[in-house]
Design a protein around this ligand. Sequence first.
Ligand code: DX5
Ligand code: ZN
Length: 219
Amino acid sequence: MKTALVAPSILSANFTHLGDDIKRIQEAGADWLHFDVMDGHFVPNISFGLPVLQGIAKTHNMVNDVHIMIDNPREYAQRFVEAGADYLTFHYEACGSDSEVFEVIDLIHKYGAKAGLSIKPKTPIEKVFPFLNSLDLVLIMSVEPGFGGQSFIRDSLGKILRLRNYIDENEIKTLIEVDGGINEQTARECKQMGVDVFVAGSYVFNAEDVKAAIRSLKI
Ligand code: DX5
Ligand code: ZN
């Protein structure tokens, strides 16, 4: 099993020094930069959007891992890719049908990014199976989307394992990313289930030693 990639979520960064914090995590060994977009409608919070992504996407060498927790992802896919998303991950629950999910995946690929599909904690993992041959990534939410600093939902472990088994049995290339309440302890449990990428916001940005925090997730 390969060493996991680490994607710090800038939702937990210090916004008076966002550029410094991005530099700090890159120098500390982060692989991806996780960019949490919230519209105050799909989730009960508003974060940041296109102008901020445009402003930071090319200021670092990490992969821009954009997680859009918004309604109507079909309307915005092109703009987020053009603003700098390398991976653009949208929510299954924000689409009205399986065909709309396929439409958004196709749009993301058409404009040149990799496509990810995210599911909330209460959505069964089997819902993503029909899309796996088209998806570059599945993002399993291990907290209710909308806020950083929440506790890891332990049912996520079973979802990760079921997805890992399905991907391996069908020789699919899709990456598994987990997001929410990730720290040294929960990362270890998730890695045993077969995670490829860890999102971590508060664990990284609140750490005394950011380098050590990121290193502790590269397992
Ligand atoms: C929550 C976001 C997560 C969050 C992770 O809706 O999608 O990426 O920022 O924050 P922590 O790691 O603090 O749970
Ligand atoms: Zn996220």
